[in-house]
Ligand binder design. Structure first.
Ligand code: GUN
Length: 293
């Protein structure tokens, strides 16, 4: 048996096309061009690549991309001041502060400065609280993309057993909330979980968001399960630089019903969902009907 591959690249391209159409409609109906501001502090090479990709995708979707780069030694007050300035700028509908921030900056304080109406990363306390309470808000992008991919192969997740491995604020916790909202029976597992293998074997939907290469072994996968691998880990193997997930893909695909590859699975969905949040934020801030994206 070999699992169906869940094509995140194709799903992302699809979603971005729908978003571009919604943006064009907003321009035609309201002369409105949504804008996404990205703040990058310092010169971390991976962050620079992410920020560049976000800018390109934003413009391709017909939206305005605003980039602010601050030096690695920028003060916390300088970053907070920039966020407040973006909060007050009506041309900015979404604000994303690229993480991680340099160690001398308190990330939690900076995130709390973001106006929840513009919090397209879904990381403020207000956004997290809304998700927890089941109220409409802006939902973190990677969990949102994970749900879209799971539903692309299992239309109805209701009643299924879902296991999320990893409890980060960016992925694990919000993903568990979204699965609960889909009426899954959700288990959150993490580094202290006893008999992680047995917990994983109970999962109809297994989501791995650990950040360590191939820690989820092939025989931990229930036969026919849907596997959503959120990990993107860079490793050296056979003298080559490779990207691998948190799941041992080659072993898992012999047991899973469907599985996301790395790269080309959840990764491409994150930017698409960021654009989606930006369009939604632009409509909501102005009291316009929410585009169907
Ligand atoms: N760094 C890595 N992933 C993310 C993300 O989703 N949002 C932000 N703000 N920073 C990140």
């Amino acid at each position: 048996m070999s699992a169906e591959l869940i094509d995140g690249k194709a799903a992302s391209a699809n979603l971005r096309e729908t978003i571009a159409a919604a943006v064009a409609q907003m321009k035609a109906d309201h002369e409105l061009q949504p804008g996404l501001a990205v703040v990058l502090v310092g010169d971390d090479p991976a962050s620079q690549v992410y920020v560049r990709n976000k800018g390109v995708a934003t413009e391709k979707a017909g939206m305005r991309s605003i980039e602010h780069r601050l030096p690695a030694d920028a003060t916390e007050n300088a970053v907070a001041g920039l966020v407040r300035q973006l909060n007050g700028d009506d041309a900015v509908d979404g604000i994303l502060v690229q993480l991680p921030l340099p160690a001398h900056i308190n990330s939690a304080r900076i995130i709390e400065e973001i106006d929840p109406a513009k919090d397209v990363d879904g990381l403020t306390e207000a956004s997290a609280g809304r998700l927890m309470l089941g109220k409409p808000g802006l939902v973190p992008c990677t969990p949102q993309g994970s749900i879209i991919l799971a539903k692309s192969v299992r239309e109805n997740l209701s009643g299924l057993s879902a296991v999320v491995v990893g409890r980060s604020i960016l992925v694990g916790k919000p993903l568990a909330m979204l699965l609960l909202a889909e009426n899954c029976t959700v288990t959150m597992a993490h580094s202290r979980t006893k008999d992680l293998a047995a917990v994983c074997r109970s999962a109809d939907i297994l989501c791995a968001a650990v950040g360590r290469p191939r820690v989820i072994e092939g025989d931990w996968i229930k036969k026919g399960a849907t596997v959503i691998d959120v990990g993107i880990n860079r490793i050296e193997e056979d003298g080559k630089n490779r990207l691998v997930g948190d799941v041992d893909f080659d072993a898992a695909k012999t047991r899973a019903g469907a599985i996301t590859p790395v790269p080309g699975g959840v990764g491409p969905m994150t930017i698409a969902c960021l654009l989606r949040n930006t369009v939604i934020a632009a409509a909501r801030r102005r009291g316009l009907a929410e585009p169907l994206v």
